[in-house]
Design a protein around this ligand. Structure first.
Ligand code: SF4
Ligand code: SF4
Length: 424
C-alpha cells in the first residue's frame, strides 16, 4: 500500500519497531482475503472493524491525516487473534503493526474514568497470582450486586467461577518417572494458578509419566503477555527480564500450557527489538514451547483409555493455532487416548471472544463470539470440550452455562492426565 509516513519520525516516537509497522502497511495489497476470518468483521460487518480497514486507519494516523483518538476505538476492538495473519496471502505481519500502534496510542489518547479504572485493575492484579486471588475472593463476595455496577466492573465479575479452587502451590521440582527423557522448566501462569491450579498439576503428572523432569522456578513471575496485550510494553519488558534471570538456561525447553503466555513469550524478540536485552530475549523465546508441541515431538507414551468413552469438541485457541501455528500436535496427543472421540467445531476457527483481556474490555463483542462458539459446540452433540488455553476455557464454560448446558471444559493435559491416572 502506498503511503506518506515519515519513517524517521516514527522511529523517534516508537523505536525500531516502526520499521516493521511500515513494512506491514506496505505489504498490504488491499485484497480483502482477511475479512471473512476476522471475528470483529463477522460480528460488526464494518470495513473499519476488519484487518484491512484497521491497516488503513493506522496508516492514516501515522501519516497525520487522522487523529489517534479517532482511530483508537477501531483498534481497541481488534482481538489480536491473528487469524488475519494466517489468512493473508501477502504475508502481512498485522500483529507487528497493531501491537506497537496500540501501545503508542495508549499513551497519547484519553480514556474515560471507568476504562482507566478497569485498565489499572487489570494491569495491577492479573499478572500477580496472589493479588488476583485476593481480588477474585472479593469479587465473589460482591458478585450478587453486579447488575447495579458499571459494565466495566460487571464484565469482570461475570467471568469469575462459582467456586474458587483451593490454592495449591507448586513444588520447585518434579522428577521423571522411570528413565529420564528430558528436562524442562514450566511457566506456571498467573490467572491459571488462581482459577484452575489443577491444570498445572495435571501437566506435571503427564510430563513425569512421559519421563520428563520439570523445574518450576519459584521466583518466576508473569510472562508479560497480558501487559503486551493492554499496550503496557515497558512493564511487560520488566516482567520478562525477571524471568530471564530465574529460568535455568540448561533445560531442553521452557514449557507453557497457556496459549496466551506462549504466544507472548515467542514475541519477546519483537518486544525487545533494538534494546540491549534483544539477543537474550530471542534466546529465551527460542526455548519456549507449548507443552503439546513438546510432548508430540518427544513421542507420547501410549495413554490408556479414559474410565468412560468420551466425545469431546476440540477448540483451537487463537494464540495457539494462529499466533503459534499449533494445530496438529494437541489433536495427535488427544487422539492417542483410545476411547476419546475428538470432534471438530465447524465455525472456521472463529475466536471464542476471550483473547487475553478482551472479554473484560469489549464484553458485547466477546459475548456474541462466546455465544456463537457455544452454539457451534452444542450442535456437535459433544459431551465435553477441550482447549489449550485458560482464557478460552473460562469463556466457553461461561457461554455454555448461559445457554443452560454445563458441559465440562478440559485442558488438553487434563484429559491426558485422566487417562494416565488409570495406570496407577
Ligand atoms: S489479506 Fe493481507 S494483503 Fe489482503 S487486505 Fe488483508 S492484510 Fe491486506
Ligand atoms: S487480529 Fe483478529 S480481530 Fe484483529 S484484525 Fe486480525 S482477525 Fe480481526
Amino acid at each position: 500500500m502506498q503511503h506518506t509516513i515519515s519513517l524517521s519520525q516514527w522511529v523517534d516516537k516508537i523505536g525500531p519497531q516502526a520499521r516493521q509497522m511500515v513494512e506491514a502497511i506496505e505489504a498490504c495489497v488491499h485484497c480483502g482475503f482477511c475479512l471473512p476470518v476476522c471475528p470483529t468483521y463477522q460480528v460488526l460487518g464494518e470495513e473499519m472493524d476488519s484487518p484491512r480497514g484497521r491497516i488503513v486507519l493506522m496508516k492514516s494516523a501515522m501519516e497525520g491525516g487522522l487523529s489517534l483518538q479517532e482511530a483508537a476505538p477501531f483498534i481497541d476492538r481488534c482481538l489480536a487473534c491473528q487469524a488475519c495473519v494466517t489468512a493473508c496471502p501477502s504475508g502481512v505481519q498485522y500483529n507487528e503493526l497493531v501491537s506497537p500502534f496500540r501501545a503508542y496510542a495508549l499513551g497519547q489518547t484519553r480514556q474515560d474514568i471507568m476504562e482507566s479504572v478497569q485498565h489499572a485493575f487489570v494491569n495491577e492484579t492479573l499478572p500477580y497470582p496472589g493479588r488476583f486471588r485476593s481480588a477474585a475472593i472479593l469479587g465473589r463476595a460482591v458478585k450478587p450486586f453486579q447488575s447495579w455496577m458499571p459494565e466495566e466492573l460487571a464484565s469482570m465479575l461475570l467471568l469469575l467461577p462459582d467456586r474458587l479452587p483451593t490454592s495449591r502451590p507448586l513444588p520447585n521440582f518434579i522428577p521423571a518417572k522411570g528413565t529420564r527423557r528430558a528436562r524442562v522448566a514450566l511457566l506456571a501462569g498467573c490467572v491459571q494458578q488462581a482459577l484452575a491450579p489443577e491444570i498445572n498439576w495435571a501437566t506435571l503428572r503427564v510430563l513425569a509419566s512421559n519421563g520428563v523432569e520439570v523445574i518450576i522456578p519459584q521466583e518466576q513471575g508473569c510472562c508479560g503477555a497480558i501487559l503486551m496485550h493492554t499496550g503496557e510494553l515497558k512493564r511487560a519488558r520488566q516482567l520478562a527480564r525477571k524471568n530471564f534471570k530465574v529460568f535455568p538456561p540448561d533445560v531442553d525447553a521452557i514449557l507453557t500450557n497457556a496459549a496466551g503466555c506462549g504466544s507472548g513469550m515467542k514475541e519477546y524478540g519483537f518486544l525487545f527489538m533494538g534494546l540491549k536485552d534483544e539477543s537474550l530475549a530471542e534466546q529465551f523465546a527460542e526455548k519456549v514451547q507449548d507443552v503439546s508441541v513438546f510432548l508430540d515431538n518427544l513421542g507420547l507414551l501410549e495413554p490408556p483409555p479414559l474410565p468412560q468413552p468420551l466425545k469431546a469438541a476440540y477448540h483451537d485457541a487463537c494464540h495457539l493455532v494462529y499466533a503459534q501455528g499449533v494445530a496438529e500436535p494437541p489433536r495427535r496427543l488427544l487422539t492417542a487416548i483410545p476411547n476419546l472421540t475428538l470432534l471438530e467445531i465447524d465455525d472456521g476457527g472463529l475466536c471464542c471472544g476471550s483473547a487475553g483481556t478482551y472479554n473484560l474490555e469489549q464484553p458485547e463483542i466477546a459475548g456474541e463470539l462466546g455465544r456463537r462458539k457455544a452454539q457451534s459446540i452444542l450442535q456437535l452433540g459433544s459431551e465435553a470440550v477441550v482447549a489449550g488455553n485458560i482464557g478460552c476455557i473460562i469463556q466457553i464454560r461461561l457461554h455454555l452455562k448461559t445457554l443452560g448446558k454445563m458441559l465440562p471444559v478440559f485442558h488438553t493435559l487434563e484429559l491426558l492426565d485422566m487417562a494416565y491416572s488409570q495406570i496407577s
